[in-house]
Design a binder for this molecule. Structure first.
Ligand code: HEC
Length: 134
């Protein structure tokens, strides 16, 4: 299948399959379980191109506040479960749900590069803090 553009991963279907159980199909989140993946703060998080792939590959843990609500759960790392092509398709779909339709689509090689780099849920949390200052 590798290299077949005709079989391009379907980001919407993959998001529904792997992310919606916690974040909902519309990425608006689930009270008390998983945060909305939309909102003002995504202008800054989204501008830091590596943030979204980092969280998807390495996970995220540590309290965060979104829309005034605290979340203390943990976001599972998807590196063991999904390939870079699928992850890139999901990320591009999610950026669309965030209203960033003009943003450059994510490419599989952006995930490949980060996959090999060090990271874990706590480091993702530190990166979020670096970007948002909270
Ligand atoms: C088992 C539930 C669960 C699943 C499945 C899940 N997430 Fe999460 N996600 C979470 C939780 C919980 C957090 C918040 C973690 C924290 O409090 O530090 C989170 C956080 C995030 C964040 C960071 C949000 C922010 O404001 O910084 C992103 C991005 C994200 N998830 C994307 C995804 C994507 C994309 C998928 C599918 C590939 C996915 N999640 C699947 C539970 C989940």
């Amino acid at each position: 299948m590798a290299g077949s553009a005709a079989l391009a991963a379907d980001g919407q279907a993959l998001f529904k399959q792997h992310c919606a159980v916690c974040h909902q199909e519309t990425a608006t989140g689930t009270v008390g379980l998983a945060p909305s993946l939309q909102g003002e703060h995504w202008q800054r998080l989204g501008a830091e191109r590596a943030y979204l792939p980092t969280v998807m590959l390495k996970g995220l843990a540590g309290m965060i506040k979104v829309g005034g609500q605290p979340f203390v759960g943990s976001m599972p790392p998807f590196a063991p479960q999904l390939g870079d092509e699928d992850l890139a398709a999901i990320a591009t779909h999610l950026r669309g749900l965030q209203g960033a339709k003009e943003a450059k689509p994510y490419a599989a090689d952006e995930f490949t590069a980060l996959r090999g780099a060090p990271g874990d849920p706590a480091r993702s949390r530190a990166l979020r803090k670096q970007i948002l200052g909270e």
